[in-house]
Write a protein that binds this ligand. Structure first.
Ligand code: UT7
Length: 333
């Protein structure tokens, strides 16, 4: 059997230019910078503004940068998966719109709707197509345009989320680097705690659903918080156990950026010092499917070939999981 693994050979993030600070939010809802920072760790987030712009426009920026960085021609890409809950339209999928706008003509692809765990699900799916030898160049995107589904009169949700994400290139390698293992989970009974009430076939859009603010993110924060800590920690420990890894073996824990208190709790339960935990929530807030590739993009200069990473996330569904991967390259300084 081949020991071919799917290795990340490049990463490119994208965040819009416009910054929404906690001070800005103080003027919009009954909140304050001190509460937001102490309860979530967020200082500011990016917001996509501009007539006619959509999720795919952020995706195209990521993909163009990634193709340049990895010296790849658009026609070489064979598959593109886009993890998002804020695609341009309910259908068709945003993955194909991105391919069209980026000049990727020889690929097929589709969107993966797994909220904050979407990047884990998409990375796992793409990796299987590489491991089996089916494809040699697969792009995995995680992005969200959260400001398009936020109620900026609801202080419990609008302060948390931001726009942005990132894309990675997956290629086969036989040097021991790449995606090693994953534990992915889902529990649909969690849907009552984090969802959008209307717009789907259950409650198609009407004047009433619009008037009732049902096209925005709905979240029961405390319940989600508790499940997030427990679920991320348990899959981190499960992946470590079945790969005979100790905490000393792991170079970086890369958690979904939903709340600094969740991140610190997961690190504490799993006994990781915060020096090994990737955190950038203060700059971008929670970009849903975008947080993990944004973390990889921010940390890329610090990552070394052979570094062992655990990527973990929890989100709407509920969905959650952890991926263990070995980093594939040193970034030229
Ligand atoms: O990424 C997808 C998964 N999502 C998550 O992982 C998010 C999980 N949940 C959370 O991060 C937190 O639950 C929140 C940040 C959403 C809320 O923080 P919390 O510490 O759980 O606050 P809480 O909901 O328990 O509310 C505490 C108090 C309440 O006031 P009372 O009832 O104690 O008087 C809220 O009304 O804080 C109030 N509050 C606020 N105050 C100022 C809620 N939001 C705000 C706000 N500014 N923005």
């Amino acid at each position: 059997m081949s020991n071919k693994l799917a290795t990340i050979t490049g990463v490119q993030g994208y965040v819009p230019e416009d910054i929404l600070t906690n001070k800005d939010l103080e003027k919009m809802v009954d909140t304050n910078d001190e509460w937001i920072q102490s309860r979530t760790g967020i200082k500011e987030r990016r917001i996509l503004k501009g007539e006619g712009l959509a999720a795919s426009d952020m995706g195209v920026e990521m993909v163009k940068g990634l193709l340049e960085k990895t010296n790849t021609k658009p026609e070489e890409v064979e598959m593109l998966l886009c993890a998002t809950i804020t695609g341009d339209m309910i259908f068709p999928d945003t993955a194909n719109t991105i391919c069209d706008k980026a000049g990727i003509k020889n690929a097929f692809g589709y969107d993966i709707n797994a909220a904050c765990s979407g990047f884990l699900y998409a990375l796992t799916t793409g990796a299987k197509f590489i491991e089996t030898g089916t494809y040699k160049k697969v792009i995995i995107i995680g992005l969200d345009f959260m400001s398009s589904i936020l109620d900026y009169t609801d202080r419990t949700t609008c302060i948390i989320f931001g726009d942005g994400g990132g894309a990675v290139m997956l290629e086969p390698r036989e040097d021991g680097t790449g995606v090693q293992d994953q534990v992915l989970k889902a529990d649909g009974s969690g849907r009552e705690f984090l969802h959008m009430k209307a717009g789907g076939s259950l409650r198609p859009p009407t004047a009433e659903t619009v008037a009732n603010n049902e096209h925005y993110v709905y979240q029961e924060g405390r319940t989600v918080f508790k499940h997030a800590v427990k679920s991320m920690a348990s899959t981190v420990m499960e992946v470590m156990k079945r790969n005979n890894l100790t905490n000393d073996d792991i170079d970086w824990l890369v958690p979904h950026q939903a709340n600094i208190r969740i991140i610190k709790s997961v690190a504490s339960v799993c006994d990781f010092p915060m020096e090994k935990v990737v955190v950038n929530i203060e700059k971008y807030g929670n970009t849903t499917a975008g947080t993990l590739p944004l973390c990889l993009w921010d940390w890329e200069p610090r990552l070394k070939k052979g570094d062992k990473l655990l990527l973990t996330a929890f989100g709407g569904g509920f969905t959650w999981g952890t991926i263990y991967l070995v980093w594939g390259y040193d970034t030229p300084s």
